[in-house]
Write a protein that binds this ligand. Structure first.
Ligand code: BGC
Length: 361
């Protein structure tokens, strides 16, 4: 399908263990931006962007084969849900009823529910179709998460769309509706290395996050419920700052996650015009501006990666080979009444848009 010089094509890629076909979609524009995504976990398997000299490189970490994504414990490139990030002890109460979710992680020895549980949205095959609109082409993914999946109440109808625009943007749109009260928090878990997925670490990248405050965590990476200012701390990214500059500073909030792994409270701003974050690789000149409608952003500096993660082209992804900027509601919100609510009720619509705009400097 071709429209306004942006194309979307679909091809057979592989198959699930039960034989269901798995597809790979390719979105491309004439400016050299290309996104490949599969219906397995709505996973973005590659994102190719030109550097300041026009040289294209794949700037997201990932794998070559479906089998590697199935075994993937690092959530490379996928959509995470029903609830992205952590829920303390895998428990929350809604309308007086307590729900028990799968506990699939134990940071600091404290069990929690992470990124949707044992078989989250990232490990499911979604329905998919190509879509076009003026100035953009994309792919729409849909799945119905059944009542009780991973312990969550209510059926949830989820749509995720990836749009490549003629403004060099990848726009991600999330929509969900339910038939019983539930909680929802969806995000995209791409690991970026704007120098190239196989170019070492992200420590030299310059990052800006439009956040005066963050939600500090305990040793289990669960928010304590407080808000603390970033001023005067290694978490002050209000102006572009080199990621590696303070990453190993003596600070409990860095030690719990072995580097950056925290939720930033995004400032009030014009969300159409003012990015939630910007990321720049000074060597290649690639620049990413991230616009988001969510109240929070998780900055995770890939601390749990190690060279046992063999990625695309056989490349081992060392610690901090890529970083995630996860547009999200605050972690563990179902257990913090004063955090922005993640409760979705029948008749309401969950909506979240994230725009990744690429340029060079
Ligand atoms: C979390 C990390 C977690 C990682 C898993 C990130 O979103 O913030 O704590 O280890 O996902 O890949």
């Amino acid at each position: 399908m071709q429209r306004d010089q942006i194309s979307v094509s679909a091809a057979a890629w592989d198959q699930m263990r039960d034989g269901r076909p798995v597809r790979l979609y390719t979105l491309a524009n004439r400016a050299g931006l290309q996104v490949c995504a599969t219906d397995y976990g709505c996973t973005i398997v590659s994102l190719t962007a030109p550097d300041r000299d026009g040289q294209p490189t794949d700037v997201v970490l990932g794998y070559d084969r479906l089998a590697d994504y199935m075994a993937n414990s690092a959530y490379m490139g996928c959509v995470v849900g029903r609830y992205a990030n952590r829920i303390a002890a895998g428990r929350f109460t809604l309308d007086g009823r307590t729900y028990t979710l799968a506990t699939n992680s134990a940071s600091g020895g404290l069990p929690c529910h992470l990124h949707g549980g044992r078989v989250g949205f990232d490990k499911r095959l979604w329905e998919s179709e190509p879509v076009t609109e003026a100035g953009a082409a994309g792919v729409r993914f849909h799945r119905r998460s059944p009542d009780g999946e991973e312990g969550y109440p209510g059926n949830l109808d989820v749509t995720v769309e990836y749009w490549l625009t003629d403004r060099n943007e990848l726009r991600v749109e999330y929509d969900a509706t339910c038939d019983a009260p539930t909680v929802v928090n969806l995000t995209q878990h791409m690991y970026f290395n704007l120098g190239g997925h196989d170019r070492g670490t992200i420590l030299d990248h310059e990052l800006m996050i439009a956040a005066e405050r963050l939600t500090p965590v305990n040793a289990g990476l669960i928010p304590t419920g407080e808000y603390v200012p970033v001023a005067g701390t290694p978490f002050d990214f209000r102006t572009p700052t080199v990621v590696g500059l303070r990453i190993d500073a003596e600070h409990a909030q860095l030690q719990y996650g072995g580097g950056y792994d925290l939720n930033f409270v995004l400032d009030q701003r014009d969300i159409q015009r003012q990015p939630a974050a910007t990321l720049c690789d000074p060597t290649s000149g690639r620049r990413l501006e991230l616009f988001a409608t969510t109240p929070g952003l998780q900055f995770y500096s890939g601390n749990f990666l190690d060279s046992s993660h063999i990625g695309k082209g056989g490349h081992p992804y060392q610690r901090r080979a890529g970083l995630c900027l996860e547009t999200q509601h605050y972690p563990d919100s179902p257990n913090h009444a004063h955090f922005p609510s993640t409760v979705l009720r029948p008749g309401q619509q969950y909506r979240h848009t994230a725009v990744y705009r690429f340029s060079t400097r």
